[in-house]
Design a protein around this ligand. Structure first.
Ligand code: GSH
Length: 240
């Protein structure tokens, strides 16, 4: 019998704010229903359930985690809920738990958000200078990856990771490096960040993460025409 209650993760059929949560549950063998709402041309599936707060939570947005009778909203809150409920918080010192939280926050705000905003920028901010924005986001991202590289080294992240299970923080960092590489192509190399490169290559969850990407391929966001948008970002940054 499972030690876990019935678990369901509801999100759109995109990577966005939920792929690392799926990664975590999968690679930790925590059984869950991966409920993915189809995007459809006009988000009909979403419109149909959005007003039902028993499904979409207090803010009527996704992702939503159902854990037994409990409904958890907000990506970062779901992340820390999983960190605690999986028992991981209990395996780490207070200082280490703080570091895990800090890394999750930074991967979200400094990596995931800029990528999402860039992908949506032409839709959201009509008339934007997309090429300049793409180059600027890439530069900032490279700078942030250099800082993360130093921090992981100082925190002895890889050494500590060797003696604990894959955590939510590992999953979001891996997913966001993967997302950034997808969006910026070869311009986002990890050659200058050896600790991040080792983390990305040797992370014990990597096989599971890659299998999920392969078995259930989906875009990063719900932006219409994302693939073509990514191709143009790569072209812009290639000549800069
Ligand atoms: N603060 C929320 C934001 C959630 C959010 O904006 N979700 C988007 C999808 S990534 C959504 O549900 N959009 C549909 C809508 O706002 O109607 C979190 O971090 O979880």
């Amino acid at each position: 019998m499972s030690i876990f209650p019935r678990i369901e993760l509801k999100y759109f059929d995109v990577r966005g704010r939920a792929q690392f949560l799926r990664d975590f549950l999968l690679c930790r063998d925590i059984p869950f229903a991966d409920d993915r709402l189809p995007l459809g041309a006009n988000f009909e599936a979403w419109d149909a359930i959005r007003p039902d707060r028993t499904l979409t939570g207090p803010f009527q947005k996704l992702p939503i985690l159902r854990w037994g009778d409990r409904l958890v909203a907000e990506m970062t809150v779901i992340a820390s809920f999983l960190h605690r409920s999986s028992g991981d918080a209990g395996l780490l010192t207070e200082e280490e738990n703080l570091r895990h939280e800090m890394l999750i926050s930074s991967a979200y705000i400094d990596l995931m958000m800029p990528i999402g905003i860039l992908l949506w920028s032409e839709v959201t901010f009509a008339g934007t200078d997309f090429g300049t924005t793409a180059k600027r986001v890439l530069e900032r991202m490279k700078g942030h990856l250099a800082v993360l590289d130093r921090t992981l080294l100082e925190w002895e992240w890889l050494e500590r990771a060797a003696s604990r299970p894959v955590t939510v923080a590992d999953c979001i960092l891996w997913d966001q490096i993967n997302a950034a590489q997808h969006v910026f192509g070869r311009k986002l190399s990890l050659d200058a960040t050896p600790t991040l490169a080792r983390f990305y290559r040797d992370c014990p969850g990597r096989e599971t993460f890659e299998r999920l990407l392969h078995e259930k391929p989906c875009p990063h966001t719900a932006r219409p025409g994302e693939e073509e948008c990514v191709a143009r970002i790569r072209e812009f940054v290639a000549c800069g």
